[in-house]
Design a protein around this ligand. Structure first.
Ligand SMILES: Cc1cc2nc3c(=O)[nH]c(=O)nc-3n(C[C@H](O)[C@H](O)[C@H](O)COP(=O)(O)OP(=O)(O)OC[C@H]3O[C@@H](n4cnc5c(N)ncnc54)[C@H](O)[C@@H]3O)c2cc1C
Length: 383
């Protein structure tokens, strides 16, 4: 039987997961990625993969064992600090071998996924401008070098600002009003032992009056910090542009009155890596089904970051690929999968929208404490 020819747009966690499962089943698949190479761009920080989604997807891709070997099991702690005093209000450190959400740096995850594909399966430096009808029939992809294809199915895994999505709906992500400025400190154990001790082995939150300082231990002794705040109307809905030149002094002014130990995370950072306006697609977004085109991950349902995004993106991709390769009639499988994916995303998008708004409200600290305490209670109740 001849398999359909698939194009995946985007070599992020979702796109690569889909490509691996399709190619393991002998389906011809090509990934088109805008980045010049696997390591050409700073991919951001650490991610925790959960058993029921991110890890499940890796298992379907045949990579769970390898992930388990390279994941950072020691960095699963969680701390909530008081923003004004720096005092620890909540702390959780799983015993060695106990946590089930180990961390992996984004670059290491990309490398792991790429290791399961052939080099020729991924076309780097291939920014897709739009999906077009191919002159020979079927779907084509417009690159700046010309049209490639034809393909029987295009899977848009090209993230929040997906170009593929434009062929399905005009809806665009909306700015939440909160921006995360990302800062990095490296070699913290040697250079900043006080900061290493403050953050601990995992994620640290401090929230106050709609603002936050969130820090995460990453691989290689680095700490990533998010200084998060509501922007002003004058700063507009593209603060990545209006605040592109923000410096540490500007940032510190926004955190006046915060505990000096927390302000240290900004003051001693080596660099501001990115200004990330938090955007989301409206919960319940859907589109009229098209038989040769679909979306996975952030392209389909970008949500505010509450630890779900990458897990859901990889699960979408693994389930889509599995549905296609195990069906008698892949077009029908696509319809069923897409409906289920959109329904699941609608529920989670609503939850993350509410959770994120609460986190960056005046009662953010209380709501995070309530959330972590509920989790501890659930774990204690689970035999
Ligand atoms: C500040 C912040 C913190 C986050 N923290 C977490 C976290 O701790 N845990 C978590 O689970 N999630 C987190 N997320 C969300 C997570 O990053 C995303 O949900 C996840 O990366 C989505 O994966 P994806 O493969 O769908 O898209 P992406 O990771 O965005 O990958 C898309 C890929 O497509 C490529 N691309 C884009 N446009 C084109 C084009 N036109 N042509 C070709 N290629 C293209 C991009 O270069 C990229 O490689 C966070 C998000 C933000 C903004």
């Amino acid at each position: 039987m001849q398999h359909p020819k698939i194009a995946v747009v985007g070599a992020g966690p979702a796109g690569l997961t889909a490509a691996i499962i399709l190619s393991r089943h002998g389906w011809p698949v090509t990934v088109f990625e805008a980045d010049a190479g696997a390591r050409s761009r700073d991919q951001g920080g650490t991610l925790d993969l959960h058993p029921d989604d991110g890890q499940l997807a890796l298992s379907k891709a045949g990579l769970l064992e390898e992930f388990w070997k390279i994941a950072r099991h020691e960095d699963q702690g969680e701390r909530v600090l008081d923003a004004l005093t720096g005092k620890v209000l909540h702390e959780e450190t799983p015993e060695p071998g106990q946590g089930n959400r180990p961390e992996i740096d984004r670059l290491a995850l990309r490398d792991l996924l790429l290791s399961a594909l052939k080099a020729q399966d991924v076309k780097w430096n291939a920014q897709v401008l739009s999906v077009v009808a191919h002159p020979a029939g079927g779907q084509g992809l417009q690159l700046d070098t010309g049209i490639v294809g034809p393909f029987d199915l295009v899977i848009g895994a090209d993230g929040a600002w997906s170009r593929v999505r434009a062929a399905l709906t005009e809806v665009l992500p909306v700015y939440s009003g909160v921006t995360f400025v990302e800062l990095w400190l490296s070699n913290v154990d040697a250079l900043h032992p006080d900061i290493a001790a403050l953050v601990g082995r995992g994620t640290m939150f401090a929230l106050h009056n709609g603002q936050g300082i969130i820090a995460q231990r990453n691989g290689g002794g680095a700490i990533r910090v998010y200084a998060a705040f509501h922007t002003t109307p004058e700063e507009g809905d593209r603060p990545d542009r209006t605040l592109a030149r923000i410096n540490k002094a500007d940032l510190l002014r926004r955190f006046t009155g915060w505990a000096p130990s927390l302000c240290n995370l900004i003051e001693r950072a080596e660099r501001i890596a990115a200004v990330r306006p938090i955007v989301a697609l409206p919960p319940g977004l859907g589109w009229t089904h098209q038989p040769h085109l679909t979306l996975v991950g952030d392209a389909a349902h970008v949500m505010p970051p509450l630890g779900t995004g990458v897990n859901l993106a990889m699960l979408d991709a693994a389930e889509l690929a599995e549905a296609l390769v195990t069906s008698e009639q892949w077009q029908s499988a696509l319809v069923v999968w897409e409906k289920a994916m959109l329904r699941r995303a609608e529920i989670l998008a609503q939850q993350t929208r509410e959770g994120f708004a609460e986190m960056f409200s005046e009662s953010g600290q209380a709501s995070v404490l309530q959330h972590v305490n509920e989790n501890v209670q659930t774990e204690m109740d689970t035999p």
